[in-house]
Design a binder for this molecule. Structure first.
Ligand code: SF4
Length: 318
């Protein structure tokens, strides 16, 4: 297994198991997040690299599939191909490898993102793993005040069990984790044609996602999240979003589209949006005026160049 050291952690490239997973720290939300509803009002004009502290927040990002059968235009994972789901044992192996290779024994927060390679809703092992294994495995290695797993989905239209997976995940969030878990929908645009281009026509339409959202139970703890990975060409219409989704159930998270090989090859403008808040303000302010809770998250250049951000897969070129 190849271990790639980054500014904020490590990426494990496991060609034998066809998995890739990573461990990173975080700069602290006052440094890389603007979210008025959380009292974080400073506009983020670029994020400076500094040392991270895993005892405050520790992020593990693991693969739920070996490659990915989706073909999102901004993501390098499909370049690797697709070799099936990760088993419960393999999901456990990813987390154990991450935990046992650090010397840290305590953290305030251990976030587990099912978001390196794969679309998690295709893999029911994710449900079993989060419900019945993740907490016990974590406790074997560290004391974490909070363990917070997060499912991010591109809402694949080919997944006939999508709704059931999401409802099961809501129960895991609301009941098993007493609210301390996340559910994120990748929306990226309020224009169906723009979404179809980005997701290669593999994601549900906005109307279908809206109908699904109406069937979710009230979130316990944090609201559910609508993710927008943006460039300045993104269409994010606050009125349209409010017709489709309920601001009492969802927050909006805005991030830049990351500098993956695919994003660059497919013509996304990934270069301008890190150091200048103007791009984000244009999306953020109309939403805030409509009553939405909005988080703007900006990675540092180091994080992006380390390719720890979403849509990267070093294994694709390993
Ligand atoms: S963004 Fe996620 S769902 Fe889309 S191709 Fe990449 S890994 Fe698959």
């Amino acid at each position: 297994m190849q271990i790639v050291h980054t500014h904020t952690g490590k990426i494990y490239v496991d060609t034998e198991h066809r998995l890739e997973f990573l461990t990173v720290g975080d700069y602290g939300k006052e440094n890389n997040i603007k979210a008025d509803f959380l009292g974080l009002h400073t506009e983020i004009n670029g994020v400076k690299h500094k040392e991270v502290d895993l005892t405050k927040k520790w992020v593990a990002t693991i693969s739920t599939q070996k490659g990915c059968p989706m073909k999102c235009q901004f993501c390098d994972c499909p370049k690797f191909g697709f070799f099936g789901n990760a088993s419960v044992e393999e999901l456990s192996f990813e987390i154990e490898t991450i935990l046992k290779n650090e010397t840290i024994k305590n953290t305030d927060r251990f976030n587990v993102h099912f978001a390196r390679m794969g679309e998690p809703t295709f893999n029911e092992n994710v449900l079993e793993f989060a419900k019945n294994h993740l907490r016990d495995i974590t406790k074997k290695y560290i004391t974490a005040k909070t363990i917070h797993p997060v499912v991010s989905t591109m809402l694949p239209k080919k997944n006939k069990k999508l709704k059931q997976f999401i409802l099961d995940w809501c129960n895991i969030k609301n009941i098993d984790y007493n609210g301390e878990a996340g559910l994120q929908f990748s929306i990226n645009s309020t224009d169906n044609a723009q979404r179809e281009a980005q997701f290669n026509s593999n994601s549900l339409s906005l109307e279908e996602i809206s109908a699904l959202a109406k069937e979710l139970p009230q979130p316990v703890g944090r609201k559910y999240t609508l993710n927008f990975a943006v460039t300045k060409d993104t269409i994010l219409d606050a009125d349209r979003l409010t017709e489709l989704f309920d601001p009492k159930m969802f927050i909006v998270k805005i991030t830049p589209i990351h500098e993956t090989n695919s994003a660059i090859q497919n013509g996304f403008d990934v270069t301008t949006s890190y150091d200048d808040y103007d791009v984000y303000r244009e999306f953020e302010q109309p939403l805030v005026k409509k009553g939405w809770d909005v988080i703007v998250f900006v990675p540092s250049h180091e994080e992006d160049s380390d390719r720890i951000t979403c849509g990267n897969a070093l294994i694709a070129s390993a």
